[in-house]
Design a protein around this ligand. Structure first.
Ligand code: ZN
Length: 314
């Protein structure tokens, strides 16, 4: 009788242990994504503003190209975000001033759009990709927010990158990642291997009304771009620091599991969480500032509707 009781207790202890380990794993891999209670002023818009305070010829147009569209469950972009679908866009941006044009982003090509599709309704817009590719020839400068597969392809898989290579302003970390994104079965074009790095350690003015600042965390080469349009509208392009604007609102980031599945090298999670806190505080302090996350389709649609972004490059 006592022996039977002992065996029952052992089974119970085992079940409890399994439940504890399972709950802890779910919490750690899927739910623990909270930004800290405070963070430094990591995106100091006053510093950015000082750099462009005397600028004339401010940008007259801030345009977006929607190269690919897909959808994914919200919990993938925001831990605990639920099962509803979020419209996931693959984008690039064009900032046009009377004297200079800056393009940010390389988006996906047709092959990549299929490879990384998250839903059956994923689509690729060949005309948008052609406009993005053509925009490099007329741009004065070309940047990327960071060196990930869905932000570089119009550059690394261009048929003739020598036509625009001298306009590329990529950091060492970004350049070092490019060979991974060469056309299938081919080497990266030599001209892209031999780029002169554009490395910055501080916020830097790159065009009238346009400032770039280092923001390593999501990737080693991540950058943010501050823009002031000639009507006073101000923007902060944050790449993939968050995928969803609700991350900033709700002070949470992607589930840890995603980082292991998608990112190589993995994100610097602690830094990203501090950036999310800094963006949350910034959004509160500067309600007129338009923060643009590369993939938040719903938010980008709203900005197009509000006239803050123009759909399609010219
Ligand atoms: Zn990314």
């Amino acid at each position: 009788m006592l022996g039977l009781l002992g065996a029952k207790c052992a089974v119970l202890r085992f079940v409890v242990l399994v439940l504890v380990v399972l709950s802890a794993s779910i919490w750690w891999f899927l739910l623990d994504a909270r930004a800290p209670g405070e963070a430094a002023n990591l995106f100091d818009v006053d510093v950015y503003r000082l750099l462009i305070e005397d600028d004339e010829d401010l940008p007259t147009a801030v345009r977006v190209e929607l190269v690919g569209q897909d959808s994914a469950p919200r919990f993938a972009g925001e831990a605990g975000g639920g099962f509803s679908q979020w419209p996931l866009y693959y984008t690039a941006f064009q900032i046009v001033s009377p004297i200079t044009t800056t393009v940010i982003g390389g988006a996906v090509d047709d092959l990549t759009a299929v490879e990384i599709s998250q839903s059956p309704n994923a689509s690729f817009d060949a005309e948008a990709y052609a406009r993005l590719s053509a925009s490099y020839r007329t741009a004065d400068q070309i940047y990327i927010t960071h060196e990930h597969v869905d932000h570089v392809m119009a550059i690394t898989r261009a048929k003739a990158p020598e036509a625009f290579a001298d306009k590329l302003r990529l950091t060492t970390a970004q350049i070092e990642a490019l060979p991974r994104f060469a056309p299938p079965g081919q080497d990266l074009a030599r001209v892209l291997k031999e780029l002169t790095p554009f490395d910055i350690t501080d916020p830097t003015r790159i065009a009238p009304g346009v400032v770039v600042a280092p923001a390593a965390g999501h990737s080693p080469g991540s950058l943010v771009f501050f823009v002031r349009r000639n009507d006073g509208a101000e923007y902060l392009f944050i790449g993939d620091i968050v995928w969803l604007m609700t991350n900033i609102e709700n002070l949470s980031t992607r589930p840890r599991l995603l980082q292991y599945m998608f990112f190589s090298p993995p994100e610097d999670r602690e830094t990203v969480l501090a950036q999310v806190r800094a963006l949350h505080d910034l959004a509160k302090a500067e309600p007129g500032l338009t923060i643009v996350a590369d993939h938040d389709g719903g938010h980008i649609d709203g900005l197009i509707e509000a006239g803050l972004l123009e759909a399609q490059f010219e």
